[in-house]
Design a protein around this ligand. Structure first.
Ligand code: NAD
Length: 495
């Protein structure tokens, strides 16, 4: 992307400098400052919430029929598709991710807007079975203002997953991107503002408010006009936000952390499993909530599988996201890279065997970037910190299992329950395992595949609620029941 956007943020449809402190956002491949963003502060949040609530009540928006709101979503999808190359370049610069991935994320965001438009046009309200002289209906109404808070690992795609159903539901949205990666969310904000203006809809329906979570995010979840909170991020933050939502009695959805098991049974197609395990944990440099970061291999296959996996992992190409040959790009930030390195150091101290990686590459080409070598560790008990903590980097811990009960016990021995991968030729075993493992998503002979039409979310400490799918729109609305009397006779009680 040639021109990085200016330092303005989006407050209720207006572009201007935020009133908060300026902060730099950097390219993790080089350490170069990309832009200085003027963060929002609590007054910006209040202004955005008030103007958003007013915009959501404006007849030009409130009175639209679903198929008319769907036009907005289609127009946003068009604009995102047209800008996909620029959005990808910007996201690669701000997050370090490969261009292949960021292009796919931009197109997936467009796909989310298009899918949501289709779901909106075809959503039905129910006439529920009558149990008296009345017709009963269940209808859905906008909540008003939605607060959407996202992490840094997949902006644009995670932004779309919240903004599309929230707008479809008839709301205004306040989006809070992560401190490390505000640029692509601001660029998406420009496209959505343009679509709103073209269709003569209130531009105050969207605000994009970067800044510190403890200030901007906190103000957003506590604002009395914010009637629904959609959060993606770490479990500790999610728990704190859920406590505020409980106090305020407002609905909240939480997409949180993970430590997902990937299972390779002895009857697996080994080539397929090797490719799938590596993609599952090392793509996105492991910075993925659903990274298959705990590998369980059936005992008879364990040594051979680990040896080949280690050989192939050591051969992965580590480089900048702009190089088409790169498989493992830099991590999002030098500070995050250092945190990943500290996890591996602790695993080493816990007695883990570093089968490959376990270091920062020191050569000239990698010196200034936030790189970390893809790492395979084994020899640790399932209770070790490296087998329990979410590392959120290119680090895989491998463990053997003896039989299905042993596997299920080990795989479920985690506070998380986000995803699971199963590699096997035995479909009955896969069926049993898919039901016994505690996870929101199970991939069988594939991994890390997504569809806008398929719900996504976690169990246990991985979260609450689901994104995507037809029901996403309803989760941004209030359900209301209507009773229509069908008889001329007065109710008998007063007679
Ligand atoms: P984080 O929890 O530190 O931050 C996430 C967002 O919350 C940021 O925008 C941050 O500014 C904001 N925030 C921080 N404190 C806040 C507060 N007190 N009130 C309101 N907002 C606050 O997470 P992160 O480090 O940015 O992201 C990594 C985490 O996100 C990992 O745990 C990962 O597993 C998780 N994640 C989950 C999913 C999923 O769908 N389950 C997807 C992607 C990432």
């Amino acid at each position: 992307m040639t021109d990085i956007p200016s330092d303005e943020i989006l407050v209720a449809g207006r572009w201007r400098r935020g009133a908060g402190a300026p902060f730099d956002t950097v390219d993790p491949a080089t350490g170069r400052c990309l832009a200085t963003v003027h963060a929002a502060d609590t007054a910006d949040v209040a202004e955005a919430a008030e103007a958003g609530a007013a915009a959501a009540r404006e007849p030009a928006w409130r009175d639209l029929h679903p198929h008319q709101r769907a036009r907005l979503l289609h127009r946003i999808a068009d604009l995102v598709e047209e800008a996909a190359a620029d959005l990808a370049a910007l996201q690669t610069a701000d997050t370090g991710k490969t261009l292949t991935e960021t292009k796919a994320l931009a197109l997936s965001a467009a796909g989310t807007f298009r899918y949501t438009a289709a779901a909106l046009e075809t959503a039905e309200e129910a006439i529920t079975p009558s149990r008296g002289d009345y017709v009963t209906m269940s209808v859905y109404e906008p909540i008003g203002v939605v607060g959407a808070i996202n992490p840094w690992n997949s902006p644009v795609a995670s932004d779309a997953q919240k903004i599309a159903p929230a707008l479809a539901g008839g709301n205004a949205v306040l989006l809070k991107p992560a401190e490390w990666t505000p640029l692509v969310s601001l660029a998406l904000g420009r496209l959505i503002t343009r679509a709103l203006a073209e269709l003569r809809l209130p531009t105050a329906l969207l605000s994009v408010l970067p800044g510190p979570g403890a200030v901007v995010g906190d103000a957003l979840v506590r604002h009395p006009l914010v009637g629904r909170i959609a959060f993606t991020g770490g479990t500790t933050t999610g728990r704190a936000i859920a406590a505020v939502a409980a106090e305020r009695i407002v609905p909240v959805s939480l997409e949180l952390g993970g430590k997902s098991p990937t299972v390779v049974r002895a009857d697996a197609d080994v080539e397929q499993a090797l490719a799938g395990v590596m993609f599952g944990v090392f793509s996105s440099s492991g910075q993925s909530c659903i990274a298959g970061s705990r590998l369980f291999v059936e005992q008879p296959l364990y040594d051979d599988f680990l040896a080949e996996l280690t050989r192939r992992t050591a051969a992965l190409r580590v480089g900048p996201g702009t190089d088409p040959a790169t498989q493992v790009a830099p991590l999002v930030h030098h500070r995050h890279r250092d945190a990943v390195a500290a996890h591996v150091e602790r695993a080493r101290q816990e007695g883990g065997r570093i089968r490959c990686g376990g270091a920062v590459p020191e050569d000239e080409a990698h010196r200034s970037g936030a790189y970390y070598l893809p790492t395979v560790i084994d020899g640790l008990p399932p209770t070790a910190r490296a087998c329990q903590d979410e590392i959120f980097g290119p680090v895989l811990v491998a463990l053997p299992f003896t039989d299905e009960d042993d596997l299920v016990r080990q795989a479920n021995d985690t506070v998380y329950g986000l995803a699971c991968g199963i590699w096997t030729r035995d479909h009955r075993a896969a069926w049993r395992l898919a039901h016994r493992i505690e996870a929101g998503t199970v991939w069988i002979n594939t991994y890390k595949q997504f569809s806008a039409s398929t719900p996504f979310g976690g169990t246990k400490d991985s979260g609450l609620g689901r994104e995507k799918g037809r029901d996403a729109i309803r989760s941004y609305q209030r359900q209301k029941s209507l009773y229509w009397g069908t008889t001329d006779a007065p109710l008998p009680w007063a007679g």
